[in-house]
Design a protein around this ligand. Structure first.
Ligand SMILES: C[S@@+](CC[C@H](N)C(=O)[O-])C[C@H]1O[C@@H](n2cnc3c(N)ncnc32)[C@H](O)[C@@H]1O
Length: 239
C-alpha cells in the first residue's frame, strides 16, 4: 500500500498516544466489521446516499473521511461513486482499510495524518463516523475541516454517547485492557464518554458551520449503535 503523507504528521503527545491505542485495537476492530451484516452496510450506504444528496446533490463528490479506521464509511462512499480519501492517525487501521477496499474492489486514497490538521484541498464533503470522542481537540479538528472544504461544502458526522463506565463494563465486545485504555485516554479527551447532538450543534457553529440537519432517522433502529444519544448530522460550511 502506498500512503500519501498529509501536510502535518500527528505529533502532539496526546494524538500519538491515541493512535497507539488504535494501532493495538486494529485487528479486533477489523474482525468486528468483517463480520458486520451486509444488511447493515446497505443501510449505511443508503444513509450516505440520501444525506449527501440532500446536502450537496446527486453528483459524485470529493470526500475526506477523517478517522477512517478500517474504512467502513470510506469504502461505502467509494461504492457510491465518490472520489474518497480516507485519513487516519493509525497506520494499523489504514492497512486494514486498504485490505477492505481491495476486497470490495473500490479505490480509495489512504492518508496517514492527524485529523486536527487536514490538508486544505477544496473537498466537497468531510465525513466522520465515531471519531470526535477520540480527539483531544474536536473543535480544532472541525475548524480545520471547515478550512479544507470548498465554499458550500459540508460535514457529515455520526456520533453519540456510549463510553459510560457502565456501558464499557457491560459490553459484549469488552476487550482486555479496553477500560484501562479508555480511562488513560480519557484524561486528554474532552468527550471520551461520547458527544450529544446538542454539544455537536455548538461545536459545529463555533467552527463556522450552519444549522445541522439530522439524518440519523434514515437508519433502521437495529443498525444504530447502542447509545442514548446516537445522531447523524450534516451541516454546510458558512461563508
Ligand atoms: C472508533 S474508530 C472509527 C473508525 C471508522 N470511522 C468507523 O466508522 O468504523 C476511531 C478512529 O479514529 C482514529 N483517530 C483517532 N485519533 C485520530 C486523529 N487525531 N486523527 C485521525 N484519526 C484519528 C483512530 O485511529 C480510529 O481509527
Amino acid at each position: 500500500m502506498t500512503l500519501s503523507s498529509c501536510a502535518h504528521d500527528p505529533d502532539p503527545a496526546a494524538v500519538v498516544a491515541v493512535a497507539r491505542t488504535w494501532n493495538a485495537r486494529a485487528a479486533r476492530y477489523d474482525q468486528y466489521y468483517r463480520s458486520y451484516a451486509e444488511a447493515g452496510r446497505d443501510a449505511w450506504r443508503r444513509l450516505y446516499r440520501d444525506a449527501i444528496n440532500a446536502l450537496l446533490g446527486p453528483e459524485p463528490r470529493r470526500v475526506l473521511d477523517v478517522g477512517t479506521g478500517t474504512g467502513f464509511a470510506a469504502v461505502l462512499l467509494a461504492e457510491l461513486g465518490h472520489d474518497v480519501t480516507g485519513m487516519d492517525a493509525s497506520k494499523q487501521m489504514l492497512e486494514r482499510a486498504h485490505e477492505e477496499a481491495t476486497r470490495r474492489s473500490v479505490t480509495v486514497e489512504w492518508c496517514h495524518g492527524d485529523g486536527h490538521d487536514v490538508p486544505i484541498a477544496s473537498y466537497d464533503l468531510v465525513t466522520c463516523r465515531y471519531v470526535l470522542w477520540t480527539l483531544p481537540a474536536p473543535g480544532a479538528a472541525l475548524s480545520s475541516w471547515a478550512r479544507a472544504l470548498r465554499p458550500g461544502g459540508a460535514v457529515l458526522v455520526a456520533d453519540g454517547r456510549w463510553h459510560t463506565a457502565r456501558q464499557l463494563l457491560r459490553s459484549p465486545r469488552l476487550i482486555p485492557g479496553a477500560v484501562r485504555d479508555y480511562l488513560a485516554m480519557g484524561r486528554t479527551l474532552p468527550y471520551w464518554k461520547g458527544i450529544t447532538a446538542t454539544q455537536m450543534t455548538t461545536l459545529l457553529s463555533t467552527a463556522g458551520f450552519g444549522t445541522p440537519r439530522p439524518f440519523g432517522h434514515l437508519l433502521p433502529g437495529q443498525v444504530r449503535r447502542d447509545s442514548r444519544d446516537f445522531f447523524v448530522v450534516g451541516a454546510q460550511r458558512e461563508g
